[in-house]
Design a protein around this ligand. Sequence first.
Ligand code: THU
Length: 131
Amino acid sequence: MTPEKLMDLAKQAMKQAYAPYSGYYVGAALLCEDGSVYQGCNIENASYSPTNCAERTAFFKAVYDGHRKFKAIAVCGGKGGEITDAFYPCGVCRQVMREFCDDDFMIYVILPGGSFESYTLAQLLPSGFTL
Ligand code: THU
C-alpha cells in the first residue's frame, strides 16, 4: 500500500461525511499492520461536542473488527467536499492514535493541489500520555 493509494482512499471517504453544521467534509484511510484499510469520515452533531472526526471513525471501525496494530493514516478535507485546507489531526485524535500506535506511525496530511506532508506520531504528539 503506497501513501498515494492510501490518500486516494481518504479522498473517497470524504464523500461519506455527515457535516451539516461546519460544511467541512473530512476523510481518513487507516492502514492496519496486516494490510487492510479502514476508511472514516467526520460525523457531526447538533450538540456539536459529540462530533466524531474522520480519523477516530476509521480507528473505531478497525478496533471493533479486532485490529490493534496500525502503520499509517491519510487525512484530507475541505469545504463542500473539495480539498481546501490541510486537516492536521486534532488533539483528541492524536491521543487515540497514541493508544494503539508506536512512535513511527505515519500520518499523511493531504494539501490543496494534491501534494502531502508526512509526519510520525512522535512528531505530532511528543511526550504523549500512555499507561
Ligand atoms: N475534523 C476531522 O474530522 N478531522 C480533523 O483532523 C479535524 C477536524 C472535523 C470535525 C468537524 O466535523 C469538522 O472537521 C470541522 O471542525
